[in-house]
Design a protein around this ligand. Structure first.
Ligand code: RUQ
Ligand code: CUA
Length: 663
């Protein structure tokens, strides 16, 4: 079949699927009787969900946290995008997290959350997630549900195959989606084949605050899509899908769909470590930024790095092999035993499964077809373990239940297909609404899946929810996989496009939550630990205001002496020492978001007043019966005005001060 014909068939299939599902929105699916399904996802008021699920926010740049099986939204964790709800990326303490060599980048497209692992099992320490547009990886601490660290990735353009982890989170990885000139320079785009290259990056990840680039591997100029680490027998290896082995640089839709097979790249990263130890790499000068939160002050810092170790596979034989894989593969997923390498060829008619044992033998036997840039291409027959026949259309991603079954999302035929590892037979299928992308089983890409549910992360939701204008809600669907037959339990809307999700038992993290920050340990340079320490100071045109927030006042609450032309910093410390007692801060006309202050922490708002007047500020977080009384004023005078700096404090504090002076 000619490719264009094949593509129009696929498109027709999409259209037909759309019509069928659109006409029967609540079609007879394998859903349980409504009351049965309801009881399976019902978490009574006051009870907790069994799992935390972390969903990527797609083009919102964030992570959302849901409870499963209820589908209740628990939190949005800001990562790559500014978030006015809590001041992330607006306040002075978190702005450095969004620094890059391109300057301040307040948005990204976050795709793949990845839980840290110990011995190949999610351990609940951290969650990593990638930025797809300006390649970066973030670490979220799961005792605080906060972004703590962001590392930029140089020599990369599109951090899509990221941030998958090795079994002890020694490394997380990223492979570039787009090949580009490396180092990136001004060349004609039609010199793609000569000048454009890919990179695979290994980042050290097991030391909070110290993420760095361990090494990069220079790869042929293909597109790299997704990856997963080996485990058990395949520990020490990493697998990445690549497409556009045609090396097209225009009209990829057609030109990158010519080859019958593209590749899974198998990377021996133990071998890469050896080559680094033996100096078989080039030190390349390049710039990238590492940002992390200093835990004592809770303020982020930013540092520029200046070089990476770049390994060329021809310098380090044995580091990389290519496994031919039909056709434009997207996901690559390793089963819990570590033996099977499952690829999802978007345009393939089968699901190909490679064998790690056969891969080892093929390497030993030199069963190579050819070499590309020093990378041997293995013979398909020498590495393939089996093919799942007639799985449906458009396989993308596979996860595992730990009981010998695999679950593959089928984008075009809009379904989840369950099949058996080893026999490759399809044993069940269930429709999704519609066009499923990724899917997720708690621990489903690890050594130990908690295979009770699969979460389908869908691209299109027509007819599932109340309409909301031209753009409809994004959608996830929870499917029960505890029995032989999959059963649809629940639909729930998501934030942004949910590319991928990871979930783990709530018991692994719920009792480790930090409830407040100890005021005595607050090392912020402008921390105010008592009302009497508040005040206002001027350094040239910079004015620093130190104040406290406590139920239900700010101290000081009246300030004078600010002038037009000044840059004012409000450093507000929440001196409460109790769980979930938050205060907020906002001042009239600020070109910024509010501050939200966790108990015990200090946050800083920059404010540049432009006209004389009196400006109120107030607490934005309803904190007590007298929340509405929690306010103050700052007076702004013309530049050069004789009005003196003045900060009052509350009557109570004044009384205390007077009392203190008596002794
Ligand atoms: S991934 S489904 Cu398949 Cu980045 Cu989006
Ligand atoms: Cu403090 Cu409202």
């Amino acid at each position: 079949m000619r490719l264009s014909t094949q593509r129009s068939l696929l498109l027709a299939a999409v259209a037909v699927a759309g019509v069928i599902y659109a006409c029967t929105p609540r079609a007879k699916t394998a859903s349980l009787a409504a009351s049965d399904a309801a009881s399976k996802v019902y978490v009574p008021p006051g009870s907790y969900d069994e799992f935390y699920a972390f969903l990527s926010g797609g083009y919102s740049g964030q992570v959302s946290v849901y409870g499963l099986p209820s589908g209740r939204l628990l939190k949005l964790i800001p990562v790559f995008s500014q978030f006015p709800e809590d001041g992330y990326g607006y306040n002075e303490e978190t702005k450095p997290l969004l620094q890059t060599t391109y300057g301040f980048v307040p948005w990204d497209d976050s795709h793949h959350p990845e839980l840290s692992q110990t011995n190949g099992v999610p351990d609940g320490r951290w969650l990593f997630i990638n930025a797809n547009n300006t390649p970066r990886v973030a670490r979220i601490d799961l005792t605080r549900f906060e972004t703590d660290e962001i590392l930029q990735i140089p020599n990369s353009a599109g951090g899509h195959a990221s941030p998958f982890t090795t079994p002890n989170s020694k490394y997380v990885v990223s492979a570039t989606r787009f090949s580009v000139p490396i180092p990136n320079t001004d060349v004609a785009i039609d010199t793609y084949k000569q000048n454009f290259k890919g990179t695979i990056t290994f980042m050290t990840a097991d030391q909070p605050g110290k993420m760095d680039i361990a090494f990069q591997i220079l790869m042929p100029g293909y597109n790299y899509d997704l990856g997963h680490a080996g485990k058990g027998p395949s520990d020490g290896w990493f697998f990445f899908t690549s497409y556009n082995t045609e090396q097209a640089s225009t009209k990829l839709e057609e030109n990158a769909s010519q080859n019958d097979k593209d590749y899974v790249a198998a990377i021996n990263y133990k071998r890469a470590e050896e080559c680094v130890a033996q100096n078989k790499f080039t030190t390349q000068t390049t710039e990238y930024v590492h940002n992390w939160v200093d835990q004592a002050s809770r303020a982020a810092k930013s540092e520029k790095k200046t070089s990476v170790k770049l390994i060329n596979p021809s310098q380090c034989p044995g580091i990389a092999y290519y496994l031919p894989t039909p056709k434009s593969p997207h996901g690559v997923d390793i089963d819990p035993t570590g033996e099977y390498i499952v690829a999802g060829g978007k345009l393939a008619t089968v699901i190909p499964v490679h064998s790690f044992t056969k891969l080892q033998k093929a390497i030993a036997d030199k069963a190579f077809d050819k070499e590309v840039d020093g990378i041997p291409v293995l013979k398909y027959d020498a590495v393939i373990a089996g093919e799942v026949q007639k799985p449906g259309l458009g396989p993308l991603h596979t996860e595992f239940d730990g009981k010998g079954y695999a679950y593959t999302s089928m984008f075009i035929s809009s379904e989840v297909v369950k099949w058996k590892l080893g026999t490759w037979e399809v044993v069940d299928r269930i429709p999704t609404y519609y066009s499923i992308g990724h899917l997720s089983i708690p621990g489903g890409d690890s050594k130990q899946p908690w295979g009770k549910y699969v979460l389908a992360l869908n691209k299109i939701t027509k007819d599932r929810y109340l309409p909301t204008g031209p753009e409809m809600a994004q959608s996830a669907q929870l499917i029960d996989i505890s029995g032989d037959k999959m059963k649809l339990l629940l639909d729930f809307p998501t934030i942004g496009e949910p590319h991928y999700a990871q979930a783990l038992p709530a018991s692994l993290i719920k009792d480790k939550q930090i409830k407040f920050f100890k005021l005595a340990e607050n090392a912020h340079p402008f921390a105010t630990k008592a009302e009497s320490e508040g005040g206002i100071t001027r350094t040239g045109k910079r004015v620093d205001i130190k104040m406290i927030a406590i139920r239900s006042h700010f101290a000081p609450d009246n300030l004078e002496g600010v002038q037009v032309g000044d840059t004012v910093y409000f450093h507000v410390t929440n001196i409460e020492q109790d769980w979930d007692i938050e205060h907020g801060f906002a001042v009239l006309g600020q070109n910024n978001s509010e501050l939200i202050l966790n108990p015990g922490e200090t946050r800083t708002l920059q404010w540049i007043p432009k006209t004389p007047g009196v400006y109120p500020f107030y607490c934005t977080d309803f904190c007590s019966a007298l929340h509405q009384e929690m306010q103050g004023y700052v007076r702004v005078s013309p530049a050069g005005s004789p009005v003196k700096l003045m900060a009052n404090v509350s009557k109570k504090t004044q009384a205390q001060l007077v009392e203190a002076q008596k002794h």
